[in-house]
Structures are given as C-alpha cells and as structure tokens.
Design a protein. Structure first.
Length: 242
C-alpha cells in the first residue's frame, strides 16, 4: 500500500499496549546508572529507548529493527529531542546483529523474531552482561482463548502468565518486577491502530488501495472485539541476569 503503512502507526506512542505512566514505571525499574548501555532489540521507532536515555543522562542507547520507516521515525525523534549523540538506531536483523553485552536489554513484542519466547530469552541472556537487566514484553492468555483468538494466533502461541514467568526463570533469570497491560491500555492501543487507518481512508476515499486498507482495518477490529479482547494479555517482565 502506498502511503497507508507510513501513517499506520502515526497515532501510537508505543507499538504495544503501554501507557505513559506504565512506561515510566518500567524505566524506573531498569536500574539505569551513569554510563549504562541500553540495547533495544526490535526497537521500532524506539520511543521507550529514547525515554530511558532521557531518564538517565549518562546512559547510551542502541536500537535495532528491520523496519525502515520505524528507524527513520526514531532517528527523527532522537534528533528533535537532542539525543543523537547518545542514541544510535540501526536497520538490521535482531537475531544476527551483535554488540558488546548490554547493561540493560529491551525486547517488547519481538520474541517472534527468534522463533518464540524461549528462544528470545536464551538469545538475550547471551547479549546481557552478568548482573544486567532485561525488560521483556510478551503475550499470555488472561483467559482461555476463544475460537477467534486461536484462529488469529494459533493454539500454542502463548501460555498463562505464570508459565511465562516460569519460562524466564528456567532460562536463567530472576524476576524483579511484573506489570500487565490494563484493558484501558489495550483499548487505547487498538483504537489508535485502527484510527490512523480510518483517518487515512477519510482523506483518500478514492485511493486505488482504499478497499484493501478498509478490509485490513475491519478484519483487525473484528479480531480484536470478537476475538482476543479480554483473552489476550500482555506482560512486561523486568528480569535480572544473575
């Protein structure tokens, strides 16, 4: 689609169900110190990374993502906020891109890049220095999935919240903090995701791809409201690597 995808996330601050208040609470638990290196794997437009570096003036941030538009948006935001000397964003495959082990690693909704949550936890363990902190954002089932949820995500894509925490522990981490997205955060995220496309449709009613965009939005809204709303949860685990 021509310009629709470029604007598709324009109304979102984060590409996950996350409010400003929760974001700052999570950043406060990362144990950032002067000179800390924060690496965000699958950073998108790097909003959480930028806020983390702003929170600790002595920290340095690295972000990697394969999405060209997201990286361009993140770089523009970093420049506008005077952070280009302390934040570097790169287009790359998170599974093969390597740097020195980080003091803090972030991976929000990016486990699929490694093939699943277990694989992501194992890969990030090696990318984190001993004593470092990982902020992992991943899905879980708050309630057993209905048929529509299974159709969208598959039957074994996620486990329970307790199973997610247990998995992190078996991969060599200790849990420092647990937060879960509220229904209000979910609704705000999904509404903004849809609204960006709806506004594009209002501005481009005769665009040759308008019908395709409309179908994408309608299918997404249907999956959200008749499928995973109230069933799919999203957890933010702050994990220490001993």
């Amino acid at each position: 689609m021509t310009d629709a995808p470029l604007n598709g996330h324009a109304l979102l601050d984060f590409n996950s169900p996350l409010s400003d208040a929760t974001a700052y609470d999570l950043i406060g638990g990362l144990r950032l110190g002067a000179g800390a290196t924060v690496v965000d794997y699958g950073c998108g437009w790097a909003e959480l990374l930028l806020r983390a570096v702003e929170h600790e003036p002595g920290a340095r941030g690295l972000g990697v993502d394969s999405d060209d538009y997201a990286i361009d948006r993140g770089r523009a935001n970093a420049e506008a906020r005077g952070l280009t000397s302390r934040v570097t964003l790169e287009r790359a495959d998170v599974t093969t891109w390597r740097t020195e082990p980080a003091d803090v690693a972030i991976s929000i909704g990016s486990s699929h890049a490694w093939g699943g949550t277990k694989q992501a936890l194992e890969a990030l363990h090696a990318r984190l220095r001993p004593g470092g902190t990982l902020l992992l954002g991943d899905g879980f089932w708050e309630r057993p999935p209905n048929a529509k949820s299974v159709e969208i995500f598959g039957e074994e894509e996620f486990g329970t919240l307790a199973e997610l925490v247990d998995l992190a522990m078996t991969c060599g981490y200790r849990l420092l903090n647990l937060a879960t997205a509220t229904l209000a955060e979910w609704d705000a995220f999904e509404s903004r995701w849809c609204a960006a496309r709806e506004l594009w449709l209002l501005e481009h009613p005769d665009h040759p791809e308008a019908d395709e965009v409309r179908k994408v939005v309608d299918d997404h809204r249907d999956g959200w409201l008749t499928g995973y709303r109230g069933h799919l949860g999203f957890a933010y685990l702050t994990l220490a690597r001993p």
